[in-house]
Design a protein around this ligand. Structure first.
Ligand code: G
Ligand code: G
Ligand code: MN
Ligand code: NA
Length: 254
């Protein structure tokens, strides 16, 4: 419970930090966007991973405070860097399942958008299929309203839950991210390759972009290209990095 207390403290004091992981077009290698990831560097404990503190935040009613920080800080850093809207035209932020299904999501998002007007037109929300499917018709209504506000949507960790065709049929989404477990098995398992290829084909017809996550090797990049995925995100092309490194990265590449 000391951990929860410290987490509450760092959220209140804006002491979390952000890293950004670039995403690239497989067709031409161009930068398509980036995913924002939150980090907690604790003086006492060292780095505490989001896989630890995000679930903790969810169960202690702290998650909306984290998301508000992430959006506000990304807005600030990306505006200061001068890259927003110029080189960086899509910024993805993770929305946890508990938050997605909370009554308060709409009002807290409206507040965030209001506070981050420069980021707003470029903002994409990543939600998981499990979160979206817990009440599909409610999710359709919610995403439809948010889309009218100009937000974009990505289905994160695609393939790890109940990847339903009803979801693809009904939800107004812009992107799906194929989970890195699939990418990991791509070279060894023909079944996985068949699935990824079929998903990419289907998504293309639906005008949904397919991002392959966790691409670590050149061989995996070649396979996802072969399967028809549109974008790549992974250690091969770029690691998550702080804003200053991102600025250097963009400057050196383009
Ligand atoms: O960045 P890393 O691989 O350590 O992330 C581990 C997990 O934490 C991933 O599932 C990722 O989606 C999640 N995560 C990272 N940043 C955020 C965030 O800002 N909000 C939420 N809700 N989850 C995040
Ligand atoms: O669940 P989500 O997709 O939000 O998680 C994103 C996390 O995946 C990031 O926090 C990042 O640290 C991690 N990640 C990004 N690229 C790679 C990769 O190539 N390999 C592995 N193992 N993890 C990655
Ligand atoms: Mn994600
Ligand atoms: Na993921």
């Amino acid at each position: 419970q000391a951990l929860v207390r410290d987490l509450r403290q760092v959220i209140a004091n804006d002491q979390l930090s952000l890293v950004y992981q670039p995403q690239f077009s497989i067709a031409d290698g161009g930068l398509t966007g980036c995913e924002v990831l939150v980090r907690w560097q604790c003086p006492k404990r060292g780095a505490v991973g989001p896989d630890v503190f995000i679930p903790l935040a969810e169960s202690n009613n702290l998650i909306s405070g984290i998301t508000a920080f992430v959006v506000r800080q990304a807005n600030k850093e990306l505006v200061e860097s001068g890259m927003l809207g110029d080189t960086i035209r899509r910024v993805s932020v993770n929305i946890s399942a508990q938050e997605f299904n909370s009554e308060k999501l709409m009002s807290s998002l409206l507040t965030m958008l209001h506070q981050s007007p420069q980021l707003y037109p470029y903002l994409q929300l990543e939600i998981t299929e499990t979160a979206a499917l817990s009440d599909l018709s409610a999710s359709v209504r919610l995403l439809t309203r948010l889309r009218e506000l100009g937000l974009k949507f990505s289905i994160d960790d695609f393939g790890t839950g109940y990847s339903s065709l009803a979801m693809l049929k009904n939800l107004p989404i812009d992107e799906i991210k194929i989970d890195r477990d699939f990418i990991h098995d791509l070279l060894d398992q023909p079944r996985v390759r068949a699935i990824v290829e079929a998903v990419a084909t289907m998504a293309r017809t639906l005008e949904i972009s397919v991002v392959a996550e966790g691409v670590e090797t050149q061989e995996q990049l070649e396979q996802i290209r072969f399967c028809g995925c549109h974008e790549v995100q992974g250690y091969l092309t770029a690691r998550p990095m702080e804003i200053d490194q991102l600025t250097d990265f963009v400057r050196n590449q383009w």
